[in-house]
Structures are given as C-alpha cells and as structure tokens.
Design a protein around this ligand. Structure first.
Ligand SMILES: Cc1ncc(C[n+]2csc(CCOP(=O)(O)OP(=O)(O)O)c2C)c(N)n1
Length: 626
C-alpha cells in the first residue's frame, strides 16, 4: 500500500485526508518513530503517546499561522515528521542532524524552542498577547503534559491567563506519568478526573441531576450561582481549571482521532482561555514501551523486536549509580541525611534510596525551585538534605540557591548529574554553566571529581561542611576504578598533583582530568614535559598550588567542561591577576556559544576538549612563547 506519510510535506495536506487515511497515517508515524528511535535513541514513549493528538491538532488548525507550543518538546516527533522533516528525521538527535526538540532555528513550525519543562503556557500566552496587540486572529495552543503541569511556571501562567481571558487553548496531555510516576496533589486530582465520564457529558449530567432535585435543584441553578459553582467544582471534572478562569473540556480519549478532531473543531469557534484535557497512554502502540514507559521515556538505541536496550557489556558503573549507592551508605550512618529529587528518581540514582529510606526521600515533581528551598528549610531545621538535580535543570533554581541557601549559609548538598556535554539531547540539556553560576555565590563550595571514587569522597566532604556545597559529575559510565571501602572526606580546597613536568602545568577540573593526562602523555611523546593537576575544587581554589605551578613551569593551561565565561579557568585568571602574577594562561573549555546535539566525542572535539586538541593548543602557545 502506498505510504501516506511520504506524501505529507506540509500539515495542510492532512486536511485532504479521510478519517481512515488519518488512522493509517497514525500507524505509519508510529512505525517510523519506533524504527528511527531504535537506531538513534530518543524520547520514544512520550512521542508515541502524542501521535493522534498531533494529527488531530494539525488537521484542524492551520499551521504555521496557528501556533502549537509544545512543552518540554520531547513528544514532538510526529510534529517533526509532519512539518517537512520526514527525511531529516533519519538523523534525529545526531551530529549535524535535526534536534530532538522543537527549535526555532530549525523550522518555522517550531513556534517556541524548548527542552526544559513547564514553559509552554507562559510562551503561548505571550504569543496571544502579541497577537492581540497586532490585531490578528490566529489560534495559539500550548500542549503540556501532566508532569510538566505541576511545575510552578505552569501554575503562574495559568493564573495569569485566567485573569487576562485571552483566546488561548491549553491541551493537557495527561498520561498519569512524569518520567516515573507523576507525584503530588495535582496529579491525584487529575487521576480522579481521569476516571470521570467522557467529554461534555459530565457537565450536562450534573446540571440534569441538580434540576431533577425538586425545588432545591432548580433553586440552586437559578439563584445561587456560587453554590452551583461550589457543587460543580466538586462534581464536575476540571472545576479547578474553571475556577482559574478556563473553560474546561474533557476528559477525552487522546487516541480517538475522530473525537479529538470533533472537539478541536468546536473549540476553534470558542473564545477565552480553554483547557482541553486529553487522556493518553505513554508508549502507545509499542508494547515494551507501554509496559515500561519510564525505561522508554528517553532511551538509547534498542532492539526493536525484543525492546532490549543495547548496552556495552561489562561497562563500568555509572556516576549516577555510584552516587546513589554512596548516599545510601552515608545515610545508613547519619539519619539526618535526606534526599530530594525533582521528578527524576531513576535519572539521578535516588530510586534505591527512596526504597531504603522512604521517610527521608522526597520526589517533589518538576519543581526545582521548590526542591532547593525545601532543602534549605530542612537544613535550617537541622537536617542534611542532598538535592540531586541535573546540572541543566538546576539553572531553574538560581535565586533559591543564592537567596535561600547561600545567603543563610545552610548546609545543603547539591549533586549535579549530567554536568558537561551530554550528547544527543543537545543545547537545552548540556550542563555547561554550573561552575560559573555556582562559583559566584558566596559560601558555596564547588567540587568536581576526576572519577567515581572521588565522587564518593566529595559527597562525604560536602556532608561534613557547615555550609552549602555542590558536586558536579558527568553523564555516563565511570572508569571502573576501585572504590574505597570506607568513604573518607577530602581536605577542602586542596588539589592533587598527578604528574610532574617542567614546561607546562595542565590544571584540570573533573571530567577534564583524564584527557589532561592523555594530553600530557602525547606531549611527552613530542618531548614536552607537562605537569597535570587534578584541581578537585573550583571553590575554594587551591591558590597555593596554582602559585607553585606558575612559578615552576611558567605556563598554565586550565581545562574544564564548562563555559569559559566565569568558569574554572576564569577563577585561575582572577587569582593570577589579583596577585600580580604574569604567568601566561591558555583556557580550554566551552566558548561563548551553545553546543549543538550529537555524539559526545564529536562535540568535545569541536569544543577543543580532546587530548589532540589540547596538545595542539599547548604546542601553539609554546611556539609563540619561543
Ligand atoms: C525543568 C525540567 N526538569 C526536568 C526535566 C526532565 N523531564 C523531561 S520530560 C519529564 C517528564 C514530563 O512529564 P509530562 O509532562 O507528563 O510528559 P510525558 O513525558 O509524560 O509525556 C521530565 C521530568 C525537564 N525537561 N525540565
């Protein structure tokens, strides 16, 4: 049978398809997504759950004039396939290929760039305001998951939108899941609605029910609006949203294309803010993903038939798992230790902690700001909270770190996983700013381990300090180094010399220590003697050792997988300048540009972080020095 997908170069082509052809197209899209993601890795389960929703929206609304703003953007693969990227989709998330998320630079159909959660309603409301100021009439639609809906920014935007009463459609794509199970009171509220009767009927039924109560029902309906509203909020699904100023429609079956097209067709004609509650199944149409939606939320390459993820046999344990186990070990000795995750128990390695110490474990949902201030509160009350959040998502909590944690010098420990370049998830997910944004905060101790054993030591160090401390470590496997039997703290602010050398000092932080050692080896092959220092601390900096190395070698190279602006190298330069030293410095790190998506090794090469690139920089500088 002829492929329908092959014929779709623009979503307007969907308007010419019959219901039956749209159904067939949904199957073709699923097949393409599964086949591609099995090879490239990616956000499979969220995208499979949103296929019919995408088709319904794109066949009813007129893109790109009408705007669809996806939240997180990890469910937008059908969107990519239907908006002129069918062929490019083969290179999803690959180096030089298309990104895994909507990106304004990539397509006019990508109304708003995204990757972090809970932004869609704010962005869509901004577009609605701009539309009205211009005096045009396009539809603006935000599509947000139940996980992202519990993020604070989504609430802030709902609050504002309900007040402004602009024409705005919010589609709540509710599958009951965040990455893991969704959490919290809002999530429970949604699951109560989820079992409520289908779209529209419920509201009518309640009115019928009230009218049927002799005298009282009529009276309630006619004369006491506020009572009706009160009753409605209890009995009618979505009362909470109605009270926030939205017209609530739902819940509707998000895999019933016909019904959704009908509902969106009606909604196109309605005014004001409208919330459409759509129930979907995460992983829909691929059994392994339906059974384990968390595993297939964001997944590496896998075998399509068995659903088995391709893993290198015998790979060393990940930093994540070493952290998770170390925290359990330390918490077994210290009952003040608590652990907090923002919707990523699996990703941050805290799942086992939650099983072992359920009373000391908190999944706050996608709420990084809350997670940090919650920890500050616990610390103020004598606990030793450990907040495990990916480096990129901790950016959300900048003010909470400054104002709630550092200003009060509270002993909160931050464990920043996925620091540095993360690969295929790309610019929204690289964790390359943390050394800069943490280093500027008074009272903060900032560490990065050279390997997984040192990660354990740094965690212990953080937990012995009287103030805030952060440990940042990379995505993926460690080196398989031996783990000390007993976890001991490190001397604070002290670096470690790993290799002596007279001509240049390679001062490395964290994950750059290994490439620095390899570069020193390559340099030795060319007759250049390079010393290598594992700096361990970006703050407090081991200034005594920096002075010694500057004196001994007369040439310093700093190495970090972080933005050069404000990072580790900048700290070294500040120290040298402040103390009047004239030692030449070359800084290796990430320049003033966002790093794209792709294979980590290729991205590191492009950023000049690989041993051959380091050697090239060192030799060029030595030649210049004569
Ligand atoms: C600020 C922020 N924190 C955490 C994440 C990681 N993350 C990506 S998707 C996701 C779950 C989103 O759940 P939901 O919105 O319900 O979408 P679903 O995956 O269920 O379709 C999380 C926690 C993120 N992208 N942004």
């Amino acid at each position: 049978m002829e492929s329908i997908l092959e014929q779709i170069d623009h979503p307007e082509a969907l308007q010419r398809l019959s219901e039956e052809q749209l159904e067939r197209l949904a199957a073709e899209i699923r097949e393409t997504i599964i086949k591609t993601v099995a090879r490239t890795g990616g956000h499979l389960a969220p995208s499979l759950g949103a296929v019919e929703l995408t088709l319904a929206l794109y066949s009813v609304f007129r893109l790109p004039t009408d705007k669809v703003v996806w939240d997180v953007g990890h469910q937008a693969y059908a969107h990519k396939l239907l908006t002129g990227r069918r062929e490019a989709f083969a290179n999803l998330r690959q180096y030089g290929g298309i990104t895994g998320f909507p990106s304004r630079a990539e397509s006019p159909f990508d109304a708003f760039g995204v990757g972090h959660a809970s932004t869609s309603i704010s962005a869509a409301l901004g577009m609605a305001i701009a539309r009205d100021l211009r005096g045009r009439g396009e539809h603006i639609i935000a599509v947000i998951g139940d996980g992202a809906m519990i993020g604070g920014e989504a609430f802030e935007a709902l609050n504002h939108a309900g007040d402004l009463r602009k024409n705005l459609i919010v589609v709540l794509n509710d599958n009951g899941m965040s990455i893991d199970c969704n959490v919290g009171a809002m999530s429970e509220y949604l699951s109560r609605i989820r079992v409520a009767p289908q779209y529209n009927r419920a509201k009518k039924d309640i009115e019928e029910l009230l009218k049927a109560i002799p005298h009282i029902g009529e009276t309630v309906l006619k004369t006491a609006e506020y009572i009706k509203d009160g009753v409605k909020s209890v009995l009618v699904p979505g009362g909470l949203f109605e009270e926030m100023g939205f017209t609530y429609v739902g819940p509707i079956d998000g895999h019933n294309l016909r019904l959704m097209r009908e509902v969106f067709g009606e909604i196109r004609l309605m005014d004001g803010p409208i919330l459409v509650h759509v129930r979907t199944k995460k992983g829909k149409g691929y059994l392994p993903a339906e059974i384990e939606p968390d595993k297939f939320h964001g997944v590496g390459p896998f075998d399509q038939v068995s659903g088995k993820v391709n893993k290198a046999a015998g790979a060393p344990p990940s930093y994540t798992s070493v952290f998770g186990q170390a925290l359990i070990d330390l918490a077994a000795e210290n009952e003040d230790i608590t652990a907090i995750t923002a919707a990523m128990p699996g990703g941050t390695g805290l799942k086992a902690f939650g099983e072992r110490f359920p009373a000391r474990y908190f999944d706050v949902g996608i709420a990084e700001e809350h997670a940090v201030t919650l920890a500050a509160g616990m610390a103020a009350a004598g606990k030793r909270p450990v907040v495990a959040i990916y480096s990129t998502f901790m950016q959300r909590a900048f003010d909470q770190l400054v104002h709630d944690v550092c200003l009060q010098n509270l002993p909160v420990t931050l464990c920043l996983d996925r620091a540095g370049i993360v690969g295929e998830d790309g610019p929204t997910h690289h964790g390359v700013f943390d050394l800069s944004y943490l280093r500027m905060m008074p009272n903060m101790t900032v560490m990065a381990p050279k390997d997984e054993n040192e990660l354990r030591q740094m965690l212990k160090t953080a937990l012995t300090l009287d103030g805030p401390a952060a440990v940042r470590y990379p995505r993926g496997a460690g080196f398989g180094v031996a783990l000390d039997e007993k976890i001991e703290p490190l001397p604070v602010g002290r670096a470690e010399i790993l290799r002596e050398g007279k001509q240049v000092s390679l001062l490395a932080i964290g994950a750059m220590t290994a490439p620095a050692l390899q570069a020193a080896e390559l340099l030795a092959g060319e007759g250049i003697e390079a010393a290598v220092v594992n700096m361990r601390f970006v703050k407090p900096l081991d200034t005594a050792l920096i002075d010694e190395m500057a004196e001994k070698t007369g040439f310093i190279v700093t190495l970090e997988e972080n933005a050069l602006a404000g990072g580790f190298g900048a700290a070294v330069l500040e120290h040298l300048a402040d103390t009047g030293q004239r030692c030449p410095v070359v800084r290796v790190g990430i320049g003033d540009a966002f790093v794209p998506q792709g294979n980590g090794a290729l991205l590191r090469r492009d950023c000049g972080l690989t041993p051959p690139e380091i050697v090239r920089r060192v030799k060029a500088a030595l030649e210049k020095q004569g």
